[in-house]
Design a protein around this ligand. Structure first.
Ligand code: SF4
Ligand code: SF4
Length: 479
């Protein structure tokens, strides 16, 4: 069985006064790391994380699912990428993901290490990894010895965490970005002033992160409580209709039904007011708001999932399902109206099409099919049976007999355009051959007649000649 190893780094961080680090000091730190690395025996690492998994020595750096101090995250990523970790696991926040990738690229600028995977951690419910400590420093009694500062391994509490002198009298609370919810401070507060706050990662923002090329994996922390059984099974199994440039009307009908089945249509249509979230709410109201928020996020997630690349770009900034739905309606309804007008024109043109006397059947059928394809490209649904009927109704008189024969002997519902083209072309060939034979016969008749006339003329002429000659002969004998 393959073994994997995880390093959790926050716990070993010494207190750092880095919050106000300037870009200059970051650059000089990078130069120090470069010098250290180049003077040491660091080898370039080329085996992939997959190979490490196969060998059973896959190693992951865990920055912390809720640790968002981008300076530390970048530096940790740089050092651990140099050390050859296979994966760096970080909070699902854009700034944190950027910091991890910056650290990796900085490491690769020093020695050619291979890129570790970047993994984001998300949750769909309360989870220890996503909690943070919070307290209001104004509530703390002035005589408190501040034990919370001493136990915090992430330097998230105390003056130095805010870039102040240790002797500073300024009252400070927890630096949220640095707190990774280890929980050490909760029990040490003698006045019970520290609260636990759990953050649930936003599903829509997570999707945006997962679409990035520099995010390779996701770790999902779930209790399975976030969705009811019916929701989780039905969402997993349900194929989502995909919105394209041509199908907004049908797509919106299907999505309406699907969101209704998830009990989320109301929140998509009417939206909800998040600003009421904390103002004098009863427990039941807070619960109801939480449920509405969950429905909204589920609906927004489904809408994101139902987009192609260009549709996704149009609603990527939406924070509620209503906002996303309204944007799509605005964008695609306009396009739909233009499409409807175009469809009406094309339908009229198809209806007016007639075969010309000078036209071959194959050319005419190609002309009809070109028009049918244009209609289909604009979203029209045209069955072969409808096109077959259209062709039969619009042929020249030459095809009258064969049209009657086809209508009487074949099931037009089952006839394909190719079948019809075959029958009509065969008829056209037969007719052509018949006409040619008739023409030949007529020509033959004409030439026989001509010959006959000539013969008669010759015959009469010879008779006269003979008579003449006899006369001549007689005359000549005499003479
Ligand atoms: S939970 Fe408390 S001790 Fe732990 S990192 Fe946060 S502030 Fe520091
Ligand atoms: S131990 Fe409690 S009361 Fe004292 S400073 Fe920390 S949070 Fe405030």
């Amino acid at each position: 069985m393959a073994a994997t190893a995880n390093f959790i780094c926050n716990a070993s961080l010494p207190p750092q006064n880095h919050v106000f680090d300037s870009a200059k000091s970051a650059k000089s730190s990078l130069r120090i790391v470069e010098t250290l690395v180049k003077s040491g025996p660091i080898l370039s690492i080329s085996s992939s994380p997959i190979e490490s998994l196969r060998r059973g020595d896959w190693v992951k750096l865990i920055c912390g699912a809720s640790f968002e101090d981008v300076v530390d995250v970048r530096n940790l990523s740089l050092v651990y990428a140099l050390a050859g970790v296979d994966c760096i696991d970080c909070a699902a926040e854009e700034s944190v993901v950027c910091a991890v990738n910056e650290g990796i690229e900085a490491a690769r600028g020093i020695v050619p290490v291979r890129r570790p995977w970047v993994m984001i951690s998300v949750n769909d419910d309360e989870d220890l990894h996503f909690r943070k400590a919070e307290f209001d420093p104004e509530d703390c009694p002035p005589d408190c010895s501040r034990p919370c500062e001493n136990v915090c391994p992430a330097n998230a509490i105390g003056p130095s965490s805010h870039g102040l002198n240790a002797s500073s009298e300024t009252k400070v609370g927890v630096v949220t970005e640095r707190c990774y919810g280890c929980g050490r401070c909760f029990p040490v507060c003698p006045f019970d002033k520290i609260r636990v706050v759990t953050h649930t990662r936003d599903a829509a923002a997570t999707i945006v992160l997962l679409k990035r090329k520099d995010v390779d994996a996701v770790e999902i922390h779930t209790s399975g409580r976030a969705m009811t059984n019916s929701e989780s099974t039905s969402l997993g199994q349900m194929p989502l209709p995909r919105l394209t440039k041509l199908n907004y009307n049908n797509w919106s009908i299907q999505m309406h039904a699907l969101l209704g089945a998830q009990d989320a249509w109301e929140v998509v249509e009417k939206g909800y007011d998040e600003s009421d979230a904390t103002v004098n709410q009863t427990a039941n109201q807070i619960k109801a708001l939480k449920e509405t928020r969950m429905k909204d996020k589920t609906a927004l997630y489904l809408l994101f999932q139902a987009m192609d690349e260009s549709g996704f770009e149009k609603i990527v900034g939406a924070t509620t399902s209503k906002e996303a739905w309204d944007t799509l309606q605005k964008v695609f309804k306009g396009a739909d109206r233009v499409k409807q007008v175009r469809l009406q024109t094309l339908r009229g043109e198809l209806e007016a099409m007639k075969m010309k006397e000078s036209e071959g059947i194959s050319d005419y059928i190609t002309r009809v099919q070109t028009m049918v394809n244009q209609l289909k490209r604009n979203g029209e649904i045209l069955t072969d049976a409808r096109v077959v009927e259209k062709i039969l109704r619009s042929l020249t008189e030459n095809f009258e007999n064969v049209v009657c024969a086809i209508e009487e002997s074949k099931n037009l519902e089952e006839m394909t355009i190719d079948d019809l083209a075959g029958s009509l072309e065969a008829h056209e060939q037969r007719k052509k051959k018949k006409n040619e034979s008739l023409e030949e016969a007529l020509q033959a008749k004409v030439s026989i007649k001509d010959k006959k006339v000539l013969y008669t003329q010759n015959f009469r002429g010879r008779g006269r000649d003979r008579g003449g000659r006899s006369n001549d002969r007689g005359g000549g004998g005499r003479g």
